[in-house]
Ligand binder design. Structure first.
Ligand code: DSN
Length: 414
């Protein structure tokens, strides 16, 4: 019996969500459309299996094929990112970071990461997260004027506080992350260097952003953002940390791995090794640059003045709108983005002065520079007409028309 017959309520909600994804312009920088083959692997019978342990060393029988799936995922991840070791079992980016930190740094020691409100992540030392509760935290920020990283300041902080671990890689930093410079800083204070490349993994895989492989001791990444795989994460590291990382994931933090997700991760790594993925990654960046140029030309203030990667952070203060109000108005117009704090924001995170915009999902739909210009026009209309519900509803029709020219999941009828 199909889902439709067995559970029409959930079936109908899944269909509605698929329709919403088809008909909206998704500018959430951390979202993407996983291809059908990734969805198929994620929805496979591999979900039935228990396989605590690692390939060849499991606590349950019956893992002949699961071992091969996980080994393929590991080998593909190693090849794709040029690393010594990969653990592909992490359920999420947050648990990946938890496992990586606990492998390297005893509780109570000092770690250093970018402050959440500046573009970091909860797990990079926020006081409300395990990272801020388990460790002493030194937070770094962007320069107030350039809104970019200042390595003189970061180095000074590192040398003064001597963290055991430095974290680089962000959720709302529109500029290139210079992993080589972070390596120098880490060496200057004797810290491990962890690169959390969750946002830019696809760009790195496709050669559209420098790789941390040569510089970082440990690399964590989610697999569902620019990498366009299933929701999940992996940890990669130098050979010397392999055993510590594996132990930290299992039995340290997790029980049975999600074998269906592991299979889908393997599929996404395979996809990311193809030439068309490299084209995709470069197009994401081109599209982000065009979106930035258009929005700037139409009068918006962009944090740091532009972008080098897949995302743009817009400061709406000069327009007299909060991020929250912009997010709500744009959703009414069928444009999905998230409110986001800007560096040195005076608003609370739930209100925020900015919105974060990303191009990975729209690039997956096949949109290029000229369509992105249409997106910029629709977005600006939405901001200007933010209090006019009828105008927003009419923009939503324009959004639908644009989206219908770039359908996703044409043949997928789950
Ligand atoms: N929630 C993710 C993002 O949107 O950047 C980070 O975990």
């Amino acid at each position: 019996m199909s889902l439709k017959e067995k559970d029409p309520e959930i079936y109908s909600l899944v269909r509605k969500e698929m329709q919403r994804q088809q008909e909206c312009i998704d500018l959430i920088a951390s979202e993407n459309y996983a291809p059908p083959e990734v969805l198929e692997a994620t929805g496979s019978v591999l979900t039935n299996k228990y396989s605590e342990g690692y390939p060849g060393k499991r606590y349950y029988a019956g893992n002949e094929f699961i071992d091969q799936v996980e080994t393929l995922a590991i080998e593909r991840a190693k090849k794709l990112f040029g690393v010594d070791h990969a653990n592909v079992q992490s359920h999420s980016g947050s648990t990946a970071n938890y496992c990586a930190y606990s492998a390297l740094v005893p509780a109570g020691e000092t770690i250093m990461g970018m402050e959440l409100s500046q573009g970091g992540h909860l797990t990079h030392g926020s006081p409300v997260n395990f990272s801020g509760k388990t460790y002493k935290v030194v937070s770094y920020a962007v320069d107030k004027k350039t809104e970019m990283l200042d390595f003189d300041v970061i180095r000074k902080q590192a040398v003064e506080h001597k963290p055991k671990l430095i974290i680089c890689g962000y959720t709302a930093y529109p500029r290139t992350v210079h992993f080589d410079k972070f390596r120098e800083v880490a060496d200057a204070c004797g810290a491990y260097l962890l690169a959390d490349i969750s946002h830019i993994a696809g760009l790195i895989a496709g050669g559209a952003h420098p790789s941390p492989a040569k510089y970082a001791d440990v690399i964590t990444t989610t697999t569902h953002k620019t990498l366009r795989g299933p929701r999940g994460a992996i940890i990669m590291c130098k050979a010397e940390f392999a055993q510590m990382i594996d132990k930290s994931v299992f039995p340290g933090a997790q029980g049975g791995p999600l074998d269906h997700v592991t299979a889908a991760k393997a599929v996404c790594f395979h996809n990311a090794m193809q030439k068309d993925f490299s084209d995709y990654a470069h197009q994401i960046v081109k599209n982000a640059k065009v979106l930035a140029e258009e929005l700037h030309a139409k009068g918006l203030r962009l944090v740091s003045g532009g972008t080098d990667n897949h995302l743009i952070l817009v400061d709406l203060t000069p327009m007299g709108i909060t991020g929250k109000d912009a997010q709500i108005a744009l959703e009414k117009a069928g444009i999905i983005c998230n409110k986001n704090t800007i560096p040195y924001d005076t608003q609370k995170p739930f209100v925020a002065s900015g919105i974060r915009l990303g191009t990975p999902a729209m690039t997956t739909r096949g949109m290029k520079e000229s369509e992105i210009k249409e997106v910029a026009t629709l977005l600006m209309k939405g901001l200007h007409k933010r209090t006019d519900d009828a105008a927003l509803a009419s923009i939503k029709e324009e959004v639908k028309a644009l989206c219908s020219r770039y359908p996703v999941y044409k043949e997928y009828t789950h």
